[in-house]
Design a binder for this molecule. Structure first.
Ligand code: ADP
Length: 457
């Protein structure tokens, strides 16, 4: 039997050994999902929604356990883990309301015939998800996919197998047998799932893995939603409210120890205010202490793995060797656990790797620029990614002008990214393919199908 070593990143100790789903079992579960799909799709939307709300209620009974498991497996502060675990108890009902609107049949006008546009499920969906938001990311795929009448085979990240198992137990316990199926394993199991007899892959993870999945899915022309990484810019013009811009930079570069696809990873500051802004950022970032997620004093937990910490350290060391100024942090803590401190780099040149490749760690990278709109747009777009972006200026017209020219799915002007109900989560360029959330996102778990017949005369 092959197993995953489930490691506590705060100590480096093994929490559990989890059995990896072998090829025969994976095939059996995909076949079970396929066989269970017609009966699940034959239920009314309301019947499916009721089962899913019951799943959310079951989750509500286990949010403390789920929160503790999240902190144990990937390290984030316990209060944040519990909030994440609890959020979907209410959020499931909201998403179901949105899905109901998105999937409602439409009558299309035609002269002599009646045409009804319906939205049919695609069949079996593979949900392959990451570890950084180990409850939210899976549920943002599972709920709309299942509500639309698909069945699902779900593979959580190999770094959070127990979290994935709790989610699957809560929902599968309220669903007919075979509607939601759990497989465990790393990238090879994910790759086998993509190749298997599934109709669609809903994926959240890194750009490299997304590219691999897209290639593999080409063989069967499988449908895809890929939510990938980012290298989000934040532009600070000379007339910005510096206090609020600095607060946004620090919070959204350091939250979840920087392990967020829409972290602020590049900060472009008008030269005239660069020194003052750096002082503000350093003062605020100095408060972001790190330690075990179970310790109430920790604003940041450890990084998820030794490998992830190594990647961040290499990028920071490379930037410093190439002339960036190390202003805060920058040295991995000694001892057990994969800790890395809040780090601030000044005078980061645009040519460096850290200005282009995703860092996914608690690093604030400050690059002064000439303060012009033209240069701000040029720098913000100087990346293959296009997830989020932020612009700070007291001139809202300028903020909107610049925001419209930045190639990304969502832009915050004088605030962090918005999260209005109904907005899809959009990765432009190499940050994604397809969307999750909102009407646009929910519809992607379905095939639009038109039925036409002559009007009665
Ligand atoms: P991260 O490094 O942020 O975990 P990954 O993209 O490596 O991001 O992983 C996200 C998810 O994709 C995980 O569940 C992982 O096991 C899975 N995965 C990794 N490689 C592949 C692959 N080649 N095919 C399918 N899934 C994969």
């Amino acid at each position: 039997m092959s197993t995953i070593q489930d490691i506590d990143p705060a100590t480096g100790e093994t929490i559990a050994e989890i059995e990896i789903t072998d090829a025969a079992e994976l095939e059996r579960l995909v076949a079970l999902a396929r066989a269970s799909q017609p009966a699940w799709a034959a239920l009314t939307f309301d019947e499916r929604a009721e089962r899913l709300r019951a799943g959310a209620a079951a989750l509500g009974e286990r949010t403390d356990e789920l929160g503790e498991t999240i902190t144990r497996e990937m390290g984030k502060p316990l209060a944040e883990a519990k909030r994440e675990a609890a959020a979907w108890v209410g959020h499931t009902a909201e998403v179901l309301e949105e899905v109901a609107l998105a999937l409602a049949p439409e009558s299309l006008p035609a002269k002599d015939s009646v045409t009804v546009l319906e939205r049919h499920p695609l069949g079996v969906v593979a949900a392959i998800t990451p570890w950084n938001f180990p409850a939210s990311m899976p549920l943002s795929i599972l709920i709309p996919a299942l509500a639309a009448g698909n069945t699902v085979v779900f593979k959580p990240s190999e770094l959070v197998p127990l979290t994935g198992a709790i989610l699957a137990e809560c929902f599968a316990g309220e669903l007919p047998n075979g509607v939601l199926n759990l497989v465990q394993g790393a990238g090879d199991v994910g790759a086998a799932l993509v190749k298997s007899d599934v109709d669609m892959i809903g994926f959240v993870g890194s750009r490299d893995t997304g590219q691999r999945i897209m290639k593999a899915a080409g063989d069967g022309l499988k449908r895809l939603i890929l939510e990938l990484g980012g290298k989000d810019p934040l532009v600070v013009f000379e007339d910005a409210d510096l206090e609020s811009a600095a607060e946004c930079v620090v919070r959204h570069a350091l939250r979840n120890t920087g392990q967020v696809c829409c972290s602020v990873e590049r900060v472009y500051v008008a030269e005239s205010i660069a020194e003052e802004f750096e002082r503000l950022v350093v003062a605020k970032a100095s408060d972001w202490s790190h330690g075990s997620g179970f310790d109430e004093g920790s604003k940041m937990g450890p990084m998820v793995s030794e490998e992830q910490r190594g990647k961040v350290a290499k990028q920071v060391d490379g930037a410093v060797a190439a002339g960036a100024r190390l202003v805060l942090g920058g040295h991995a803590a000694e001892g057990s656990g994969y800790f890395y401190p809040a780090t601030v780099l000044g005078d980061v040149d645009q040519s460096l790797e850290i200005s282009h490749e995703e860092t996914f760690g608690p690093v604030i990278s400050l690059t002064p620029f000439d303060g012009s709109e033209e240069r701000a747009v040029e720098l913000a777009n100087d990346t293959p990614y296009g997830l989020g972006a932020n612009v700070y200026t007291r001139d809202l017209e300028r903020g909107l002008r610049v925001a419209r020219r930045i190639q990304s799915g969502q832009v915050g002007i004088n605030q962090y990214l918005g999260s209005a109900k109904g907005s899809p989560w959009v990765g432009a360029r190499q940050s994604g393919f397809g969307f999750l959330g909102g009407v646009d996102g929910h519809r992607q778990f379905t095939l639009p199908k038109s039925l036409s017949y002559p009007k009665a005369t």
